[in-house]
Ligand binder design. Structure first.
Ligand code: A2P
Length: 319
């Protein structure tokens, strides 16, 4: 099952590389591809693109898949929004991933941070000077349309097949859609039963964007919020038992049936295989409705919360 884009199709299930340990990443990504995943979600900021690229290369060299059979997403980091850095950032990601094009390139956050030279620190992460005593994030004034024009150029150059945005809201999308020559074709946001962002999903889809949900299990293990997990939710467990599948499979299936792609992460091969195996059963409308009712507007990846807590800087984006 896949979602149609201007240039190709995005498989509805992808493997999310956020929080995938560097030391394991090559082995895991090769295995993920050998298990049948055809969609890999990566980003400069995940700090593991070299190893993710090693895994992709090993899989291609061993004949597990061909380049044209896989869909690879990456993301432009916050420090590279100035148009003169967009191409360099994309080329660095391509070289780390050992690819000559990306299927999707997203602006990672609607947050522009001051440039950090590639040779100084990569990935640059959030602090401008991590060694400073009073370390903070430092913002850059880059109008989003300037970044977008540089993203469009990547498409024209053939380095990227599709472009989009991540962690964007309706207003941001409206603005971008009004100015874009090449319209954003994907919105990636946090989506799980506790955070369904229905109006945003509906708006994005009505404008022809494909929606991808990260952290699909709502398995929010974080240092800025209490841990929570939709996997433990009674409703989910009840449906899983009735269908003889796991809670994770129920949640992933729900996301796909709601019309977005899901990119679960796991380092455990049984769970990785299980997460792909969600097309042998269906949720009926009552079950979908029961899961819909779990909405709690509970977001765990929120710069407005984690930036002051972890990076000593206010940075609201959803308010
Ligand atoms: P692990 O790597 O130990 O499998 P999300 O994609 O919502 O961010 O959730 C990712 C978290 O969920 C990871 O910590 C991962 O842990 C765990 N996870 C992934 N797949 C499953 C599954 N099928 N069952 C239970 N936990 C899972």
């Amino acid at each position: 099952m896949s979602l149609k884009l201007p240039n190709g199709n995005m498989p509805a299930i992808g493997y999310g590389c956020w929080k995938l340990g560097k030391e394991k990443a090559a082995e895991v990504v090769e295995r993920v591809l050998s298990l049948g995943y055809r969609h890999i979600d990566s980003a400069c900021d995940y700090g593991n693109e070299v190893e993710v690229g090693d895994g992709i290369k090993q899989a291609i060299n061993k004949g597990i898949c061909k380049r044209e059979d896989i869909f690879v997403t990456s993301k432009l980091w916050n420090t590279y929004h100035a148009p003169e850095h967009v191409l360099q950032a994309c080329q660095k990601t391509l070289s780390d991933l050992k690819l000559d094009y990306l299927d999707m390139y997203l602006i990672h956050f609607p947050i522009s941070l001051k440039f950090v030279p590639f040779e100084k620190r990569y990935p640059p992460e959030w602090f401008h000077e991590p060694e400073a005593e009073d370390k903070k994030m430092e913002f850059a004034s880059v109008p989003v349309i300037d970044t977008w024009r540089a993203m469009e150029k990547l498409v024209e150059m053939g380095l990227v097949k599709n472009i989009g945005v991540s962690n964007w809201n309706c207003q941001g999308l409206r603005d971008l859609l009004a100015a874009a020559k090449i319209k954003p074709s994907c919105l990636q946001i946090e989506l799980h039963p506790y955070l369904q962002q229905r109006k945003l999903v509906q708006y994005a889809q009505s404008q022809g964007l494909v929606v991808t949900g990260f952290s699909p299990m709502g398995n929010g293990v974080s240092y800025w919020r209490e841990d929570f997990s939709c996997l433990k939710e009674e409703t989910i467990q009840k449906i899983a038992a009735a269908k003889n599948v796991s809670p994770a499979q129920v949640i992933l299936r729900w996301g796909v049936q709601r019309g977005w792609s899901v990119i679960p992460k796991s380092e455990n091969f049984d769970r990785i295989a299980q997460n792909l195996d969600i097309f042998g059963f269906q949720l009926d409308s009552q079950e979908v409705g029961e899961i819909d009712k779990l909405e709690r507007n509970l977001r765990f990846n929120d710069p407005g919360v984690f930036c002051p807590a972890a990076f000593n800087t206010e940075c609201p984006i959803w308010e």
